[in-house]
Design a binder for this molecule. Sequence first.
Ligand SMILES: NC(=O)C1=CN([C@@H]2O[C@H](COP(=O)(O)OP(=O)(O)OC[C@H]3O[C@@H](n4cnc5c(N)ncnc54)[C@H](O)[C@@H]3O)[C@@H](O)[C@H]2O)C=CC1
Ligand SMILES: C[N+](C)(C)CCCC(=O)O
Length: 505
Amino acid sequence: MAAQPTIPRRCLFIGGGWREPSLGRRLPVVNPATEATIGDIPAATAEDVEIAVAAARDAFSRDGGRHWSRAPGAVRAKFLRAIAAKIKDRKSDLALLETLDSGKPLDETNADMDDVAACFEYYADLAESLDEKQRSPISLPMENFKSHILKEPIGVVGLITPWNYPLLMATWKVAPSLAAGCTAVLKPSELASLTCLELGAICMEVALPPGVLNIITGLGPEAGAPLSSHPHVDKVAFTGSTETGKRIMTAAAQMVKPVSLELGGKSPLIVFDDVDIDKAVEWAMFGVFANAGQVCSATSRLLLHEKIAKQFLDRLVAWAKNIKVSDPLEEGCRLGSVVSEEQYEKIKKFISTARSEGATILCGGARPQHLRRGFFIEPTIITDVSTSMQIWREEVFGPVICVKEFRTESEAVELANDTHYGLAGAVISNDEERCQRISKALHSGIVWINCSQPTFVQAPWGGNKRSGFGRELGEWGLDNYLTIKQVTKYCSDEPWGWYQPPSKL
Ligand SMILES: NC(=O)C1=CN([C@@H]2O[C@H](COP(=O)(O)OP(=O)(O)OC[C@H]3O[C@@H](n4cnc5c(N)ncnc54)[C@H](O)[C@@H]3O)[C@@H](O)[C@H]2O)C=CC1
Ligand SMILES: C[N+](C)(C)CCCC(=O)O
């Protein structure tokens, strides 16, 4: 087991330095794998949001934006690369902090830190190439006019992020918004803020201009709500639950403030009868047991072709029972605890409701017997599910998969699309044409073929329906933080000639 670090005692990161929260309040940090309180984080309130937004506004327009918002992309890229380098230097201590904060296996948090660094580097490249894309001409049907576009940073952005990938989800917003030239106020989840506060320390070390990124931790209603309704915040980007997404959209609507929302999911994985069973079983497991299923894109509804269903489920149960469920710091752990007691109780309730509605808990469904403390839940497989059951319809955000069988391709697609959500979907089959047909038929923003979950910073990420709108990652992630201005010039020497000129007499 890795050595336990001391949890740094941080304040709010505002205007390039640490600042005590105005009301002096702090929130406990609980390690969900041990239930021990291991530190605390500052609890920001509306007063702090005011100061942070003012710092971001000042940084946006300081010296006419010469040092940040209107600086060459290469200037911003240098800072993003410096942040990436520091993340790499501190990879193992950041991964450890995140594991202690969230309960996810150390192998996962280490991989997440690699993704964090790669995301900062990717958007550094895009910041540089943004300058080349400026002034791109628009072809017009009248030759006495010329038009081009400018891509400009949208302004001060509020970034509200969840606890399931604490630093990575923050980075998916921080890196492109800073690359675009925005300045930002980040409000991470109160359930896992430690690594986001360390990002503040890293910003200080790389001498990021004060106020370009501000980090305020605290409760959603106390710190997130005043940020999303603040008149000087030009855009809000949010990842989290659909319920909170609706609140944020309502608050933003009062000021016609743009939002991008990445919300919940209930994504399907369709498995046909022409597959290698063990390979498909492993993807099914990765799709819903990685990060204990606390993934917005988790493929938590498994659709099995009736011909292989029995054999598949036998293998799935065997593989699931073989998962190492342990303290997330233990070598080889593949399932840690869930993030909090509340989440733990919520998942158990989902399982008991499924049982009372007539579903079968084929495997798991309870606390693993060898773990007496911590918010652990066994990998859980639920069968005999009907489409009216809660377990089929609602997002669990836990290591729980529900299973249905299908006979035909069209039946599989109908079941897959039987959800209010539309984030992701996956299909496993050796028939390439069928996979392409299904990719088109699924009502989701992401489709995986012959896998589930692999994510690349270059490819767009986001959902349809109640999973939200807007796309993160790739060049679409940068566009999220840019506004487009058309500049049109009249270039003829002739007068316009619409009105009669007045007499010169
Ligand atoms: N799509 C995703 O990636 C995520 C989905 N969820 C879903 O949400 C459920 C509940 O988890 P929560 O932690 O309660 O998610 P949440 O949606 O309440 O929290 C996400 C972020 O929103 C903030 N927030 C909460 N209320 C707010 C408000 N009124 N105004 C502005 N910001 C606010 C929180 O402080 C946090 O930073 C989970 O069980 C899961 O089903 C949770 C986290 C991530
Ligand atoms: C792709 N992955 C699994 C790393 C992140 C998913 C994002 C989310 O759960 O909000």
